[in-house]
Design a protein around this ligand. Structure first.
Ligand code: ADP
Ligand code: MG
Length: 320
């Protein structure tokens, strides 16, 4: 099978057809019609075998995740996803692998009305680069810059699941059964919070998606906004599966492990309980923004707690 047959069979003429794509896959470039008077939000992420994923990952999960991590970035901007491009580097043409990869990719693309409009296919070490474009009205984009003292800090969903899933996958955590499957699914099939991002337009003062761990990613909001935060470890949302895994002090995983792809955002204190309305997922208030810079983590009694540094091995002997 040559490159053109491969593209036609697995990637062209598949998935949703959008009216704003006068010319998609098949020419030298795609021709697209951005909506008038909206900003184009553009993001790209590369996943390398052995660096960002284990070579043994099911191809369908890889196809899903390569798109999911990009949709998560658009969600964090409050943008509505529309188009994607896909650059694939493949060591060989493996039809079963390509079938599964495309299935995972298009399953998620269809859920969000995203059309694959182009890409590049080359031979080389396995790596996947996905770029997505979306739209956000001017003045409505969510950035990292707008957090103000007194704002409440929220996160969507639950935290630490993907970190526990990775530990299970790598044999550092022995845990089996449906809760373990849930944690692995959180690692391989993260849910990009696209609906929440749209619902936060005009409400959140700052937002980021949590790919590198809450402490690190919240740190980007604090730096960009020139503020600090007080965070409550007892309010961190932990899934039943994570709690069932028996991990000691699971809050530390929730704070420092990556790959959850939840949103962290700030809202003015007077937004109150209405914050959770219409976001399509649970949200939890975990702290508030302060004028004093830095992060201060504490328990409900106000006792300071030191979060583990990034890269901390929660499962090393005697440290869990
Ligand atoms: P060119 O040599 O002009 O860059 P290519 O031969 O690389 O063109 O690609 C032919 C067409 O197929 C282009 O429209 C390109 O965007 C598309 N394409 C190539 N690889 C992929 C892929 N993995 N997924 C989607 N579209 C692809
Ligand atoms: Mg090309």
């Amino acid at each position: 099978m040559n490159e053109f047959d491969l593209i036609r069979r697995y990637f062209a003429e598949r998935g949703v057809r959008r009216d704003d794509v006068p010319l998609g896959i098949g020419d030298d470039a795609a021709l697209l019609t951005p909506p008038p008077s909206q900003l184009l939000a553009v993001t790209v992420d590369t996943l390398h075998s052995g660096v960002h994923f284990d070579a043994g990952i099911p191809a369908a999960d890889l196809g899903y995740k390569a798109l999911a991590v990009n949709l998560s970035d658009l969600a964090a901007m409050g943008a509505e996803p529309a188009w994607a491009t896909l650059a694939l580097s493949l060591p060989q043409v493996d039809e079963a692998w390509l079938t599964a990869f495309a299935e995972g990719f298009f399953a998620l693309a269809e859920r969000h009305g995203v059309q694959l409009v182009g890409g590049d296919t080359t031979r080389g070490p396995l790596s996947v680069t996905v770029q997505v474009q979306g739209f956000v009205p001017q003045e409505k984009a969510l950035t990292r810059r707008g957090a103000r003292p007194g704002d409440h800090v929220f996160v969507t969903g639950s935290l630490g699941d993907a970190g526990a899933g990775l530990a299970i996958e790598q044999g550092r955590l022995e845990f089996t059964g449906p809760p373990a499957d849930f944690l692995l699914a959180r690692l391989h099939r993260p849910t990009p919070r696209v609906g929440a991002g749209l619902g936060l337009r005009g409400l959140a003062t700052a937002a980021i998606d949590i790919s590198d761990g809450l402490a690190q990613d919240l740190g980007h909001i604090l730096t960009a906004s020139g503020v600090g935060a007080v965070l409550d470890i007892d309010h961190l949302p932990l899934s039943n599966a994570l709690l069932a895994s028996g991990i000691d002090r699971a809050w530390r995983l929730a704070v420092s492990a990556g790959d959850d792809y939840e949103l962290c955002f700030t809202v003015p204190a007077d937004a109150g309980l209405s914050v959770s309305d219409g976001l399509g997922c649970p949200v939890t208030c975990i702290g508030r923004i302060t004028a004093e810079p830095g992060q201060r983590w504490q328990d409900v009694a106000g006792v300071p707690c030191e979060p583990p540094p990034r890269g901390w091995d929660h499962f090393a002997q005697g440290e869990a």
